[in-house]
Ligand binder design. Structure first.
Ligand SMILES: *Cc1c(COP(=O)(O)O)cnc(C)c1O
Length: 362
């Protein structure tokens, strides 16, 4: 018998969530974001499941895009940070990778690349404007000039997409969102190119941000994009169910402690279930006492520090738990957002850092 710890990936739920995203903006195109190994869910499997419906896929860098091409993905792939080096431009042209242009050096690279480029395929570019995130993108005041420069480069397609990114879409009521949208629209009020701003949170909650292209990521995986994991008004289904089993149940007398550094102490005679999952499998080390796990469909509190390969859970109130009882760390019964909240992090982090060791079952 092999170790029972695994992440079940429900590709039907993924496709369902994509359809939900699409239905919010049926006339927009959708770039399905599968960066960071599809938020830990397995980039190849997820991309193949989505490419029939998605208008493009989006990843962080060319290595992620090449891995998808090698696995047989044929859809256009958007590189959300564009190229990192000039020699990636040839690969982008050869493979129908669309490049985000966010920095002057990328334009300069395109200009020198264009001098020697004789290929037939033109590059498709998305021009990124910084409307308030202050992470990537051109200043609005430079944008017209940069757009003109980009348009003049012969190996660049004229189907340029103008894009930006929200800083506070996870709090839809924040004034910053409207300010960013206004700045975006005023920057390009006299040009006629496709635009793209919305990530998952904006797509769901900021109707005015739904444009020619939307870029949903986290919602495709069934997790709420909102702060504190606030529930969403749309019907999303969790794609990952992270599971394991109880491998031992033991009695711990009142006053005795459990686990490394004695971080949990029995306040009564207790039953402690040990589960085959730990931080080496992607369960967060900093999950505190009382973080919920589901055992045979019932909530039980974590008791003691997370180990590399095991966790301990207080099942004093669940006396029927035995070795072999099914455990869900997050997924269909317990949202990853709730676990993330206990750990002072966000679902994005828990999902994307799932290690290779956690077997994915599709
Ligand atoms: C990751 C990313 C997205 C997707 O964001 P979600 O919050 O996961 O929907 C969209 N756009 C850009 C530029 C990104 O980097």
């Amino acid at each position: 018998m092999s170790r029972p710890c695994q992440a079940n990936i429900n590709l039907d739920a993924l496709q369902h969530n994509f359809a939900v995203a699409k239905s919010l903006a049926p006339h927009s195109k959708t770039a399905a974001v599968v960066k960071a190994n599809a938020y830990g869910h397995g980039a190849t499997e997820c991309a193949l499941a989505l490419e029939g419906e998605a208008d493009a896929l989006a990843v962080a860098c060319i290595d992620e895009a090449i891995a998808l091409r090698s696995a047989g993905v044929t859809r256009a792939i958007l590189l959300l940070e564009g190229v990192f080096r000039i020699d990636e431009l040839q690969q982008a042209a050869d493979n129908n990778f669309w490049i985000v242009i966010h920095e002057q050096w990328q334009i300069d690279s395109l200009l020198s690349f264009a001098k020697n480029y004789s290929g037939e395929e033109k590059l498709s570019a998305w021009l990124k404007i910084d409307t308030g995130m202050h992470r990537l993108g051109f200043e609005p005041s430079q944008s017209q000039a940069v757009l003109e420069q980009l348009r003049s480069i012969k190996c660049v397609n004229d189907d340029i997409v103008l894009c930006s990114h929200f800083a506070c879409a996870d709090t839809p009521e924040a004034a910053e969102n409207a300010a960013q949208l206004t700045l975006f629209d005023s920057t390009f009020k006299n040009v006629n190119y496709a635009t793209s701003i919305a990530n998952s949170a904006a797509l769901i909650a900021l109707e005015e941000s739904r444009r020619d292209w939307n870029r949903p990521g986290i919602m495709l995986y069934g997790s709420s994009p909102f702060q504190y994991g606030k529930s969403v008004m749309v019907d999303l289904r969790p794609v990952m169910t992270f599971e394991s089993e109880v491998i031992s149940v033991s009695h711990v007398r009142k006053g005795h402690s459990v686990g490394y550094s004695k971080q949990w102490r029995a306040e009564r005679d207790s039953l402690i279930a040990t589960v085959a999952v730990g931080y080496g499998d992607g369960y967060p080390l900093n999950a505190p006492n009382a973080t919920p796990v589901m055992i045979d469909g019932v909530r039980a509190p974590l008791a003691g520090r997370v180990s590399m390969d095991m966790i301990t859970v207080d099942v004093t109130d669940l006396p029927s738990v035995t070795a072999g009882s099914k455990v869900e760390l997050w997924g269909e019964q317990l949202s990853v957002n709730e676990v993330a909240m206990h750990c002072n992090t966000i679902s994005y982090e828990l999902l994307t850092r799932m290690p290779l060791r956690a077997k994915r079952q599709y």
